[in-house]
Design a protein around this ligand. Structure first.
Ligand code: NAD
Length: 480
């Protein structure tokens, strides 16, 4: 398969370079070729999106909603095919990838329904015979920049609310994920979304990012990716007074108190830490355990880690697959080496032979380093989790908050008071009790505090706030 851009309703193959995509489960297998864009494609996409804006924004919300329902139906028809391609492109196990595509279908339906929901309120005026009310208006042309780790769900949780609010879109997906992006865009085309309403531009962020952020006249930018890139994107937008949101990295903690039910907590911590090979922004990367339960917890965790199956992404029994790319492999392995040199390895995946034909990394649990160590401070984005001991609940909270990030945090306990205190005091945008750090539902706001976010929220009703501006309207109808 070869990727193509979709600009103004036409499929075009840009010619500013190419990348051969190899299957991370088997690097000897070529999955496809990415055709890369230069800044001219970005400029064409902006013109197409600008031309389409007048008619798209003039449609009724119901009509835009109908378009999203059609896209949802087409996506559901092609669920298996798109999930398979994504698994082959970036290594997410097929069972998880199918779930991710279904989340995309549900997101499209959720936002389609917004087309016929109230989008403002009536505010009583102090004057007689004056009707005062608010209504949402679209921003205009919105730039959407996405990462590779959720190649279907993240683009849809941005594109669907952007479109229902009446915006038109330029979408720049991550390089690893662009074959999937091209296939996903076919679904929008098949559903007959009008030309220019969504425009796909495939290329390297370092090459076309500047054109997108500094040379086009965007009215909004929604970015998800690393904190370093996100801060750069935010800086560009702030200078030009473009509305932006940046959802960035995490270093999420699961806290296990001495009264936790380990039979329930351990599987959730395993899932948070190792599903998607730890490559979720909400993945559990630190586990903070109250000293009194440390030994039984480590024993249970060791048993669970030794039982998980690391396998090629298309194997339906894979608990985790490979990491996504050679770059990811190198980065994560540098932390694995650091853990082996400086920490105690308390649990490690076993029961499978070393797999050499893909970017496979055994799940690993490290302990014995303090809270300032890079293993506990830097986002690793791989199947490596570090454990800390805490004296009591107070110290657990302190350790949980000892990070520059603030995306997600979980507590495992049966004590209602501590549960409430945690939900209040943990410095994270998504705080959960007896639930894993990942897995926030699409109808609820999603986003982080501190360096994890620009403090807006995605998904749920919050996304509508980002993709629209509120107008306050007043009309006097005084009788003569
Ligand atoms: P990344 O920052 O390398 O890339 C993200 C996107 O930005 C890609 O499309 C990339 O091409 C683009 N980009 C790169 N340089 C750019 C530039 N100069 N201008 C404009 N765009 C540019 O991140 P990644 O490696 O693709 O994704 C992994 C990161 O994403 C992790 O840090 C993870 O925590 C984060 N993430 C966060 C969330 C969240 O909601 N908070 C969700 C998923 C992933």
């Amino acid at each position: 398969m070869e990727s193509r851009n979709w600009i103004g309703g036409d499929w075009v193959a840009p010619s500013a370079g190419e990348i051969v995509v190899k299957n991370p489960s088997n690097v000897g297998e070529q999955v496809g070729v990415l055709r890369l864009s230069d800044s001219s494609s970005v400029m064409e996409a902006e013109q197409a999106a600008r031309r389409a804006f007048a008619s798209w924004s003039a449609l009724t919300g119901a009509a835009r909603g109908e378009a999203l329902y059609k896209i949802a139906a087409k996506l559901e028809e092609r669920l298996g095919e798109i999930a398979t391609l994504a698994s082959m492109e970036m290594g997410k196990p097929i069972t998880e990838m199918r779930g991710e595509v279904m989340r995309g279908v549900n997101l499209l339906r959720y936002y389609a329904a917004e087309g016929v929901r109230a989008n403002g309120s009536v505010i009583p005026s102090n004057e007689a015979d004056v009707l005062q009310y608010t209504k949402r208006v679209p921003l205009g042309v919105v730039g959407i920049i996405t990462p590779w780790n959720f190649p279907v769900a993240i683009p849809i949780w941005k594109i669907a609310p952007a479109l229902i609010c009446g915006n038109t879109v330029i979408w720049k997906p991550a390089e690893f994920g662009s074959l999937t992006a091209s296939r996903l865009t076919e679904v929008f085309a098949e559903a007959q979304l009008p030309a220019g309403v969504l425009n796909l531009v495939i290329g390297k962020g370092s090459r076309i990012g500047d054109a997108l952020l500094n040379q086009t006249e965007l009215n909004g930018v929604s970015f998800t990716g690393s904190t370093a890139t996100g801060l750069h994107v935010a800086g560009c937008c702030a200078k030009r007074n473009i509305k932006y949101q940046t959802e960035m990295g995490g270093k999420n903690a699961a806290v296990v108190l001495k009264d936790a039910n380990l039979e329930k907590a351990v599987p959730m911590i395993m899932s948070g830490a190792f599903r998607s090979a730890g490559q979720k922004c909400t993945a559990t990367s630190r586990v903070i355990v109250e000293r009194a339960i440390y030994e039984p917890f480590i024993h249970a965790l060791r048993k669970a880690v030794s039982a998980v199956k690391l396998a090629p992404a298309l194997d339906p029994s894979a608990y985790l697959g490979p990491v996504a790319s050679a770059g990811q492999y190198e980065t994560v392995m540098s932390y694995v080496r650091l853990a082996r040199e400086q920490a105690d390895i308390v649990a490690e995946g076993e029961g499978f032979a070393e797999v050499n034909d893909g970017y496979f990394i055994r799940p690993l649990v490290a302990a014995g380093v303090d809270a300032d160590h890079p293993l506990l401070q830097e986002e690793i984005f791989g199947p490596l989790v570090s454990v800390l001991q805490a004296e009591d609940f107070e110290e657990s909270i302190e350790l949980c908050n000892k990070t520059v990030f603030g995306l997600s945090a979980s507590l495992f306990t049966q004590d209602l008071s501590n549960a409430h205190r945690f939900l209040q005091e943990a410095q994270a945008g998504m705080v959960r009790v007896n639930q894993e750090t990942a897995g926030v539902e699409y109808q609820a706001p999603f986003g982080g505090m501190k360096l994890s976010s620009s403090h807006t929220r995605e998904q749920g009703q919050s996304a509508l706030d980002f993709y629209s501006e509120v107008k306050t309207c007043a009309i006097s109808f005084a009788r003569s």
